[in-house]
Design a protein around this ligand. Structure first.
Ligand code: DGI
Ligand code: FE
Ligand code: FE
Length: 187
């Protein structure tokens, strides 16, 4: 789909602030795609759609995820995790996206997972390091991600795990698997 049409359709589905985050993730992901050798147009498409389900009511998200049988097992975890697999389903069914890598990048952008492809890693890291992110430590994550993609992946997943453990939140097994896997990647 033409990026301008895609943007207009995503804008319609999201509050203004969330839409601006999506645009910053797209710019960051395109830059990273050029640097780390992914297709920039796939990076833009995946980034523009990564949070497409973010504003949907919880019950609709549950129904969508259930319609595919919840293969990643997110429904037993915090509902914050549901918009990622739901977004991949919407990207496929409503936006006609068929590239498996783009759909996987959307599907795993919140938890990550072991064995992520380059595009998946880029969307995961770009989401946490886009220039609007101003949580403590965000600048360090940006610096690490400029140096290496696997270093950025380790830094971002470690940050998320610390943050979740700090508030005694449950950590999804794929979030931990993403961190463990990132440690023995080389790029
Ligand atoms: O949608 P965004 O806000 O742009 O970012 P996101 O989709 O990466 O993450 C949404 C939230 O999900 C974020 O606050 C961190 C949280 N999260 C990531 N992994 C886990 C998690 N929350 C729980 N409970 N468990 C996880 O494993
Ligand atoms: Fe998200
Ligand atoms: Fe996001």
């Amino acid at each position: 789909m033409d990026p301008e049409k895609l943007k207009a359709e995503v804008k319609r589905r999201l509050p203004e602030g969330r839409f601006r985050h999506v645009l910053r993730v797209a710019d960051t992901a395109v830059e990273m795609a050029v640097r780390f050798g992914a297709d920039p147009e796939d990076a833009r498409t995946a980034a523009l759609l990564h949070d497409v389900a973010k504003a949907m009511p919880k019950e609709e998200l549950r129904e969508l995820v259930l319609s595919e049988g919840d293969p990643a097992g997110v429904l037993g975890f915090h509902h914050e995790l549901w918009h990622a697999p739901a977004g991949a389903i919407i990207a496929e069914r409503e936006f006609g996206i068929s590239g498996g890598a783009v759909l996987d990048a959307i599907r795993f952008h919140t938890t990550g997972r072991a064995g992520m492809g380059v595009l998946e890693q880029i969307i995961y890291v770009a989401d946490m390091t886009e220039p609007g992110r101003d949580f403590p430590g965000a600048e360090e994550l940006r610096q690490e991600s400029l140096q290496s993609l696997s270093g950025g992946l380790t830094a971002c997943s470690a940050h998320t795990i610390r943050y979740l453990a700090g508030k005694r939140a449950q950590i999804h097994p794929e979030t931990l698997a993403c961190y463990n896997d990132s440690l023995h990647r080389k790029d």
